[in-house]
Design a protein around this ligand. Structure first.
Ligand code: GDP
Length: 297
């Protein structure tokens, strides 16, 4: 599970503070140095760590702590609040439209990040909320990706729209929306092609779909196990394609968890969901507060 080591380290820092009657500036400094190390070891982006510890430091040596009865608890409270704020404070919901009006969601991501699995997970979640989703196979470069989507769609009881691998993704997306209209489906989930690395063709294809289809929300799937790479990929997509949010997969693995703490601060885009396993039910909405509590243990 993510964050195990970070949680242990933070708890050690807080334990040392707990015994103190009053907190001096020096105590805070020493504690924050350890917090800083722990975050860096958890693979949190360097700049994010710097901003974070600065924010905590400013608050911790301020009035709050001077009047505080239990300095250790006060620091934990501040660290908790700053962690929540780092991850975006509020939970971000999908911009789902009401009734029969169709919401178009485009899924982007590098090959292997978990995009095809995640889009099927999301379809299942939407279905259980009473929505009528349609999955769309726009990865025309890997026939296996189309089959994988069909298999997962079937497991979820969600229709998969495919035109094989000979049409271009823009035409497939347009036809899928017409299909959804004709069949009273109200969320269209477009699974786009993934590549091994960020490349111009992939970016162009996503831009083309966006230019020709009314996409309401672009979600990027990134793999938490890749740590800072995931953050860099998200930054590039945010700048080049424009994304509305991120789904962070494989948070059940032994990732150090740094991506979860860095993505919002680095890209300005929130995490909406986290993937917690290979099963199609293993997708959780992202709550910054719950994640912060999990980190603090
Ligand atoms: P794509 O190339 O981005 O479409 O990736 P896939 O959907 O094919 O997923 C790649 C691999 O990651 C598959 O083996 C998935 O089962 C696995 N995977 C996806 N999401 C998760 C997750 O949240 N946790 C774990 N442990 N594995 C995942």
């Amino acid at each position: 599970m993510a964050f195990e080591s970070l949680t242990d380290k933070l708890q050690n820092v807080f334990k040392k503070l707990r015994g103190k009657g009053r907190l001096t500036e020096e105590d805070v400094k020493v504690a924050l140095k350890e917090v800083k190390m722990a975050l860096l070891e958890a693979d949190v982006n360097f700049k994010v760590v710097k901003q974070f510890t600065k924010a905590v430091q400013e608050r911790a040596v301020g009035q709050d702590v001077m009047n505080g009865l239990n300095p250790g608890q006060m620091v934990i409270k501040i660290v908790n609040e700053e962690l929540v704020s780092l991850m975006g404070s509020e939970t971000t919901e999908l911009p789902l439209k009401q009734g029969n009006e169709i919401t178009v969601i485009m899924m982007a991501g590098l090959q292997g990040a978990g995009k095809t699995t995640t889009v099927a997970k999301l379809a299942g979640k939407l279905k259980s909320k009473g929505k009528r989703p349609l999955l769309v196979a726009c990865d025309v470069y890997r026939p296996a990706a189309i089959t994988q989507l069909q298999v997962n769609g079937e497991k979820q009881g969600v229709e998969v729209f495919s035109m094989g691998d000979k049409q271009n993704p823009v035409d497939i997306a347009k036809a899928a929306i017409e299909h959804a209209k004709a069949n009273q489906q109200n969320v269209v989930l477009i699974d786009t092609a993934g590549r091994l690395h960020v490349d111009e063709n992939m970016m162009q294809e996503l831009a083309d779909i966006k230019a020709n289809v009314n996409v309401d929300c672009t979600l990027l799937t990134v793999d938490a196990m890749t740590g800072q790479d995931a953050v860099n990929v998200a930054k590039t997509f945010a700048e080049k394609v424009g994304i509305d949010g991120v789904i962070l997969t494989k948070m059940d693995g032994d990732t150090r968890g740094g991506a979860a703490l860095s993505i919002k601060a680095v890209t300005g885009k929130p995490i909406l969901y986290v993937g917690m396993g290979e099963k199609l039910s293993d997708l959780e909405q992202f709550y910054p507060e719950r994640m912060a509590s999990r980190i603090l243990g």
